[in-house]
Design a protein around this ligand. Sequence first.
Ligand code: SF4
Length: 350
Amino acid sequence: MINRRKTKSISIGGVMVGGNAPVVVQSMTKTDTRDVKATLRQIDQLQDAGCEIVRVAVPDLEAAMALAEIKKSARLPLIADIHFDYRLALEVIKNGIDGLRLNPGNIGGRENVTRVVKAAREKQIPIRIGVNAGSLPVDIDKSLPTADRMVTALMREIELVESLGFDLIKASLKAFDVPTTIEAYRKASAIIDYPLHLGITEAGIPPEGVIRSTAGLAPLLYEGIGDTIRVSLTAPPAEEVETAYEILKSLNLRNRGPVLISCPTCGRTEIDVRSITGQVRQHLAGCPKVLKVAVMGCVVNGPGEARDADIGIAGGKGKAVLFSRGQKIKTIDEADIVTELLAEIDRFPG
Ligand code: SF4
């Protein structure tokens, strides 16, 4: 059982973050934001994959104007990602954005930060203060470990925003290096109670990016740290969302769709576990049912796992035993395993 760290609760376009809310799954569009149609299409794909909040890059005024159009049709809360130009933040706030991601230190001094924070406060728009290990302020003592420098930079930004009477804050401390990221989040979570957005930045392409993200996010989530997550992959954004859910499902933090269990196979394997599992996986793609399916190769460890799952099979010589909700249903010929298994999955209430 994971004891989630208690954080302040904020609402991002109606999606609750922090407090007692479940860990929220985020992603980011990868289209040119000025292309309204393509960006909306990608937001729809993200929603279908289960994404709950979408971040959109706003590199210039044209993108900020396009985001106003996107916002009118998007069915998910949108966060504008702003760097350097405070006017872009003011523009998206005016146009009804749900959240901002910015680094107050790089939008041009206290006067500009004050303008943005004042506008965000008036519309009750949360700001994610995002610190990235690759762009830390140069005046922070370089002899300090990177994680400490990241936390110092974050606290500096938070204090600036707090001094302007603003507390709708979410924070992130991203690095490519996993131990540095874990250390930074642990340190930050010990001293602030704002919700934390977790991510391993520039994690790479799958499977490396998936593994790196999992290695970084899972220990933190297991310690109860983290209120939103994004898996940053060099891949279509829906894959980021699917990976995020797999991580959360593995830790029993969220339920979404099926869980597929299959044995690794060994010298005792009696059936073609790999082929059967592949076909079951294909059948389960996009399935909304919350159920566990187990494909096990023999009668040694197979029946136990198959019984524990909602639906399972345990292989035998030229046949398999089908289980449903812990009960043995029938023995089936090897040639019928996939058909019978898929039919049982379809019959399972969802
Ligand atoms: S379930 Fe059976 S076949 Fe599969 S790995 Fe375990 S012992 Fe081997």
